[in-house]
Design a protein around this ligand. Sequence first.
Ligand SMILES: NC(=O)c1ccc[n+]([C@@H]2O[C@H](COP(=O)([O-])OP(=O)(O)OC[C@H]3O[C@@H](n4cnc5c(N)ncnc54)[C@H](O)[C@@H]3O)[C@@H](O)[C@H]2O)c1
Length: 279
Amino acid sequence: MHRIRTIAGHVVDFQEPAGYRLTPMPTAALSGISGSIAVITGGAQGIGLQIAQHLGQLGAQLCLVDMNGPVLEKAAATLAKNGMKAKGYQCDVTSESSVAQCFKSIIDDNKKVDILVQAAGITGKTNVKTHEVELDNFEHVFKINSTGVFLCARAVLPSMIKQNYGRIVNIASVSGKEGNAGMLAYSSSKAAVIGQTKVMGKEYAETGITINCVAPAVVQTAMVDAMPPEQVKYMTDKIPMKRTCLPEEVANLVCFIASKEASFTTAFCFDVTGGRSTY
Ligand SMILES: NC(=O)c1ccc[n+]([C@@H]2O[C@H](COP(=O)([O-])OP(=O)(O)OC[C@H]3O[C@@H](n4cnc5c(N)ncnc54)[C@H](O)[C@@H]3O)[C@@H](O)[C@H]2O)c1
């Protein structure tokens, strides 16, 4: 029995189906993570922090990248207290100079990057129809969710090309495939993340670098807590499993994609939607 929060913050007891596990994948099953240098944007909290924790438990050395300095420092300290190697790098992923400086520091500190997970993102204003969307908000969401993904990938690729190996995993969203009404900026920015992943994956397909994305449905994090309950209900009602996703479930999938075992998949969008996605 696992206790989870579902739509609008309700706490429910979730009975795992037989064979279900919420712990990280067994270390022995995945190679290429232990001893790797893993950068996680949006790593200060939520899905990014959960992914960092999973990768750290599998032996990766963690570089958490986030613009929220105090939360970032707390996250790095907590991971370190739990025996993981973790350091925070404050950075605004929308700023070309901030990203360049941040990745220079990471490479100066570690000499290379093996894994980049891009989880920094915002929803912007939600529950608004297209005629009510403000240009500022639309552009702001795109800068973080889409431009940020481009800037960080561009910053890390030279190091991966040099070693003929790398794993980039972008956190997109099912809204980028299907479009959530009331979320024009968010849905279209996540469609752009899927598009970038397809382009980049093909461009580097003949190197040892794979570039994929993951499209989760609703994951119960601070981002979702901050959304209007009617918007969260609209999204959760579309999930055949009739519950929100756990951050651990996204992290398990990301660990597999970031491992050496995921060697013949690139430019792909992985599903983690409880049955919502139809393609
Ligand atoms: N929670 C969900 O239901 C859900 C579903 C699908 C996809 N996603 C995606 O997963 C990712 C993580 O979401 P979450 O729910 O953990 O959100 P969250 O709000 O808990 O965490 C997002 C993190 O990104 C950081 N961030 C925001 N703007 C930044 C910037 N300009 N530069 C650097 N860091 C910045 C924040 O400080 C925060 O730590 C996002 O890309 C989100 O779009 C979330």
